[in-house]
Write a protein that binds this ligand. Structure first.
Ligand SMILES: C[S@@+](CC[C@H](N)C(=O)[O-])C[C@H]1O[C@@H](n2cnc3c(N)ncnc32)[C@H](O)[C@@H]1O
Length: 249
């Protein structure tokens, strides 16, 4: 299990403000809310806050949409696993873009973020069957053609856990299957300043390549994207990656 995460918002952001902003973005996608829905959500989430506050701040604008491999994903068919799906925002983007519903599965260790997604999109009845939650990886070998990993690697601090995560991704993909996604990282030569709210793994490109190739994938294509910096010493960037399962020697 990843280490417990910090549930507080940063940079002056608040649960109330971010819920309102997320409702606004999701509303722009056509979702409507009954009267007093906002107050109900605030009351619900005020007790424990939300897991991974950052994913609430981008809900409605999922990162998968800008990934360099995404247009190719939409040209492909075959079973698709969102591994560490969180709110399911990326899955809803795939559906909006016409990817076959029958091919999509979202998996997470917990219902917490998935429930937040249902609460904001009000689509629990319509989408519940796409999500699988379990505290261990529940899938067998070679069930999927594509596996997406969005903002999961940087929350797995422990090397052994990361290697297990990537080994599962390798196992679950068919020969030639694609693993793609993104993670926060740090550019070569940059040192990252202290960041008490940041993710536990902020590693250079070489670290990402080492773990991915050790799991049995080809050397990944990596595209560096800017990251919204949170303090003057924050040199983090986003690594978008894409790689193919190769047969182990
Ligand atoms: C920061 S959130 C990102 C969620 C989503 N992928 C996104 O892009 O918005 C990370 C998610 O990964 C999940 N997670 C972490 N380790 C995992 C693992 N070993 N297996 C499955 N899910 C995992 C967490 O529960 C959390 O929902």
């Amino acid at each position: 299990m990843p280490a417990p995460h910090i549930r507080t918002f940063r940079d002056g952001k608040t649960l109330e403000g971010e819920l309102a902003a997320a409702m606004h973005r999701v509303g722009a996608l056509g979702v409507t809310y009954p009267e007093h829905y906002y107050e109900t959500l605030v009351a619900k989430y005020k007790k424990d806050s939300v897991p991974y506050p950052h994913i609430l701040t981008i809900l409605g604008e999922p990162r998968i949409k800008g990934h360099f491999f995404y247009s190719e994903v939409l040209r492909r068919t075959g079973p698709f696993l969102d591994y560490g799906c969180g709110t399911g925002d990326n899955i809803r983007q795939l559906l909006r873009d016409g990817f076959s519903r029958a091919e999509i599965t979202g998996f997470d260790l917990s219902w917490e973020s998935i429930d937040l997604g249902f609460d904001l999109y009000r689509d629990r009845d319509a989408l519940a069957d796409l999500f699988v939650v379990n505290d261990t990886f529940p899938f067998g070998a070679e069930q999927f053609d594509m596996c997406y990993s969005g903002s999961v690697i940087h929350i797995i601090a422990d090397d052994t856990e990361l290697d297990e995560y990537l080994a599962n991704a390798w196992m679950v993909l068919r020969p030639g299957g694609i693993l793609f996604g993104s993670t926060l990282g740090i550019k070569d030569g940059d040192a990252c300043g202290p960041d008490e709210h940041g993710p536990p793994r902020v590693a250079p490109r070489s670290d990402l390549i080492r773990h991915i190739t050790a799991a049995g994938f080809a050397a990944p294509v990596i595209v560096v994207q800017p990251h919204e910096s949170h303090h003057p010493g924050d040199k983090k960037c986003v690594f978008e990656f894409c790689t193919k399962k190769r047969e182990k020697m």
